[in-house]
Design a protein around this ligand. Sequence first.
Ligand code: COA
Length: 271
Amino acid sequence: MGLEDKETTNSSPEANMRKAIRILAKTPTALAAFYRSRKGKKILKPKKNLNIAENFFYMCFGKVPQKEIVKAFDVSLILYAEHSFNVSTFTARTITSSLSDIHGAITGAIASLKGPLHGGANEEVMHMMNKIKKPENAFKWINDTLDKKEVVMGFGHRVYKSGDSRVPTMRKYFAKVAKIKKDKKFEKIYDIVEKVMIERKNIYPNVDYPTGPTYHLMGFDTDFFTPIFVVSRITGWSAHIMEQHAANKLIRPLASYKGNKHRKVLQLNQR
Ligand code: COA
């Protein structure tokens, strides 16, 4: 997109806004095209009378589901849209601070979002639920995992130490989707794992915990969960990039060296 955009090198506030809107519009369309083409299905163009959430369903599946499902997806996009100085936003800010452009900054932000400690966690949650398989296995699985001192994806947060404020809302929509799909298995697993995590570790779920199984129940392939997060977070990244461009200072942290003060170096001919 950066190579094709005629305004790539113009980082004025007006051009940045136009580019942000283009990136926000094109990314879900490109993603849905990939979704269909890898399944051997015809690519569908977005429809003008549908909103972003409805269009994404339409372009992936060829139809728009019930209102409640669309609403749950829309809510997840809103919850994911912006979240201050998380890793990917900080990455976007840092890239922008060298006066790089919005396409470069968003590309870098995507690379950092895909890591399992950040946006990639929603996919990892689904892999975990698939490993657990059924509610009867959940209690033993989570206790064994904690005994082995392993990290449980979808739990914990650098900032929220007593619960992620986005979770109650997403949990509610997860329940609504599970009810419509008549599939309570993942909710049961969800509750057991959450209870043990809080009781044993005092660690609460983050928003990736409910979004993972919700997207699965909506019918999305697991490797699309983090790209969906990208579609939403483009708004937050763009706002930060525009703010950085508007009052830029190069971001350049200092590192303090803690190693040996003096080290002897052997000349090459003495090695
Ligand atoms: N599962 C198991 N233990 C966890 C944990 C988790 N998800 N998150 C934190 N802990 C443990 C740590 O191992 C550490 O234990 P210790 O004191 O015995 O070493 C303790 O809780 C404190 O954690 P800390 O490393 O200070 O948390 P952090 O702020 O550095 O980490 C995350 C925050 C998000 C990186 C971390 O919670 C994590 O890796 N979560 C899973 C990935 C995830 O869901 N990411 C999406 C975030 S929105």
